[in-house]
Design a protein around this ligand. Structure first.
Ligand SMILES: NC(=O)c1ccc[n+]([C@@H]2O[C@H](COP(=O)([O-])OP(=O)(O)OC[C@H]3O[C@@H](n4cnc5c(N)ncnc54)[C@H](O)[C@@H]3O)[C@@H](O)[C@H]2O)c1
Length: 249
């Protein structure tokens, strides 16, 4: 794996999984660009990375807004160059009874989790096509694309949409050597891991809840320049939780 010459753009990277991905890519020597609506945490992370001598940039962006997305890419063009890796990670998970879910709530989650991935992928791919860059995209889906608890219609629809968007874009962009894959994390505990209970760990075939580093490893695999036989794929990283049969008898 050689990410040193990669310029990696990660959305929603001020917190949680995105933040962990930014730290991991920077640790491996990539240039890291993050964007998020949380400016305070975003700038704090970039300060932390720069202090360690890493090449890191933050752009404030509401991923729901096409004009924000276009501006981020124009700023990156002017200040940094062409990205090589895009991780569409920004997302919100709200759970509401479908009887109370208003159309504004529906649109908000669709725009945040799903439309944003298309907007970012389009801007990145326009540049890759023009500059002949074999870019790589990872969309952060969820195991909730495949199985559900009640009251998760909006979230589940965005994650199922991301899995489908992934193979559709992989087909459209293959002629330019651009690869598109998704990761479906299961339960990834991004903070206070030590406070998890035995029962939390035991519901996984691996007997533990996931960590951000589990997603980083999957992301490295899918964005590795050399792994150019993998595209349109969804990689489930859930400790076997969705493979564990529940059969009470
Ligand atoms: N943590 C898990 O267990 C888990 C499981 C499956 C999938 N995921 C997915 O992984 C991704 C990251 O999840 P997380 O747990 O790290 O969440 P998180 O809430 O910790 O981080 C999400 C980040 O996205 C940013 N964000 C939200 N709305 C935005 C907007 N409109 N514009 C720009 N940035 C915005 C937030 O500010 C935050 O920094 C999400 O897409 C989530 O659906 C997480």
């Amino acid at each position: 794996m050689n990410v040193e010459k990669d310029i990696v753009l990660i959305t929603g990277a001020s917190n949680g999984i995105g933040r962990g991905l930014a730290l991991s890519y920077a640790e491996q020597g990539a240039t890291v660009i993050t964007c998020d609506i949380d400016e305070e945490r975003g700038l704090q992370l970039i300060g932390e990375l720069r202090k360690k001598g890493k090449s890191a940039f933050f752009f404030s962006c509401d991923v729901r807004k096409p004009e924000d997305v276009e501006r981020v890419f124009q700023d990156i063009d002017e200040e940094i160059g062409t990205i090589t890796v895009l991780v569409n990670n920004a997302g919100v998970s709200t759970f509401t009874s479908m009887f109370d879910l208003e159309v504004e709530d529906w649109d908000n989650i669709i725009h945040t989790n799903l439309r944003s991935a298309f907007l970012f992928a389009k801007q990145a791919s326009l540049r890759w096509k023009k500059n002949n860059v074999q870019g790589r995209i990872v969309n952060m889906a969820s195991t909730r694309a495949f199985m559900s608890e009640p009251n998760s219609e909006g979230y589940a629809a965005t994650k199922g949409g991301l899995v489908a968007l992934t193979h559709a874009m992989a087909a459209s962009l293959s002629e330019f050597g651009i690869r598109v894959n998704s990761i479906s994390p299961g339960w990834i505990q991004t903070e206070n891991y030590d406070e998890l209970r035995d029962i939390d760990h035991e519901q996984h075939l691996t007997n533990r809840v996931g960590k951000v580093s589990d997603i980083a490893k999957a992301c490295f695999y899918l964005t590795d320049e050399d792994n150019d036989f993998v595209t349109g794929e969804n990689l489930v990283v859930d400790g076997g939780m969705t493979r564990k049969m529940i059969y009470e008898h």
